[in-house]
Design a protein around this ligand. Structure first.
Ligand SMILES: [Zn+2]
Length: 241
């Protein structure tokens, strides 16, 4: 399994590049997990978008889903294809559809249900509702005998312990430094590190850092809490599990 970071900027696209988006690849499957603004551009550098097998939208904050519109134009008008699975919160098709006259069957919208795992070719996805103001789902992806857990956005009221322990890689949001936090709808680097350590994560990648927060300080705080060096997500960072 391979994780490629397409974008990692927290909440808006700041100087470090696009917002949240990740390409998760197994032997047979290409998953585009969160299609935040700017991530479609970077996706092109790694695969032909026609080879995406499914899109996951963890929640409908624009920094996690805005490039669904560009993908719609590409898939529907460019490729003239239909039925690309989009796993998203229930009703997303209609809410996001307010900006689209007609999805034209381009996507096969599937409502995320935490009680029902989803299989996309050789990948298996399990979801968990996080602590975030709108319906938001973390995802646990298994493939190639490896496991990746992505927290999506969450406050400290949820953590990766909601999934089975021992994931090979946890990709966790870490929006703020603990002492500087301005909100409880996101994690600090310390909280991200502590939760991943408690869940026995093999490695930890921190993402969704607020654009004006010092990245090196996030890395130091996260590493101290995790008990090992963390990786800071950035466009073009690739991690092999
Ligand atoms: Zn959010």
């Amino acid at each position: 399994m391979e994780l490629t970071v397409l974008g990692a900027s927290g909440s808006y696209n700041g100087r470090h590049g696009p917002c949240s988006g990740y390409l998760v690849r197994t032997a047979e499957t290409n998953l585009w997990v969160d299609c935040g603004n700017g991530t479609l551009n970077v996706l092109h550098e790694y695969i032909d978008p026609a080879e995406v097998d499914a899109i996951v939208i963890t929640h409908e904050h624009p920094d996690h889903c805005a490039d669904i519109y560009g993908m719609h134009v590409l898939w529907h008008y460019g490729l003239e294809r239909t039925g690309l699975p989009v796993l998203a919160p229930e009703g997303a098709e209609h809410r996001l559809g307010a900006l689209v006259r007609n999805w034209g069957g381009a996507f096969d919208w599937r409502a995320i249900d935490p009680s029902r795992p989803v299989e996309i070719k050789d990948a298996r996805l399990v979801f968990s509702r996080t602590d975030h103001p709108i319906p938001t789902y973390a995802v646990d992806i298994t493939g190639d005998g490896r496991r990746l857990v992505y927290t999506a956005d969450t406050g400290p009221g949820w953590n990766v312990g909601a999934f089975a322990p021992g994931a090979d890689l946890v990709l966790s949001e870490a929006s703020h430094l603990h002492a500087e936090r301005r909100t409880t709808i996101h994690l600090s680097a310390r909280e991200a590190g502590e939760a991943a350590r408690a869940a026995g994560a093999g490695s930890l990648v921190l993402t969704h850092v607020w654009p004006t927060v010092d990245l090196a300080a996030i890395g130091e705080e996260g590493s101290a809490a995790f008990g090992a060096d963390v990786v800071l997500a950035a466009p073009h960072v690739v991690a092999t599990l």
